[in-house]
Design a protein around this ligand. Sequence first.
Ligand SMILES: [Zn+2]
Length: 183
Amino acid sequence: MQAFAKEGQAHSETTLLQNLQRLAQEARALEPNMAVKWKAMAELRPAAKAAGTTASEDDVWLHLQATAEVPLTCQRCMGAVLTPVEVDQWYRFVATEEIAMAEDDQSEEDLLVTEPQFDLLAVLEDELLMALPLVPMHEDCPTPVVLSTGETGLFQADEAGEAPSMGEKPNPFAVLAQLKTKK
Ligand SMILES: [Zn+2]
């Protein structure tokens, strides 16, 4: 990571979503060519000197940016909804898990522990998973919302534009259908 940081070069790559297994599990109707574009850039910054210590090494900081469109299940119509996901995160590398735990509370940036087998893709996947919306939804669902099954014809009932006859309780679903067609 030190060497990578000294180079100061951004590393850009495209990774297929199907290769990120945990993310792929969240997805629906994943196509083989769907991918996340990401860019990582590391840099050295002078270490913040804690009182009483003489920090000599620079800290390694990592900037990770990613954009992807992940097909998720719309929670309204249950169809697939292509959901844009973005990651833009700074990390600072620390030597040990203990330091990470101790400094995490005061740090605005995320802390990563320097490991020989540092797995950048795993970090990227974590961030993408956290960036997924809790309730994915179309802005406008492409298909009519099915509120109940077994009552076909509900949405056709008022197609002629006739007002519900007096004394009859308006069907809430029919009212909804009217609202939808009015806009
Ligand atoms: Zn939908």
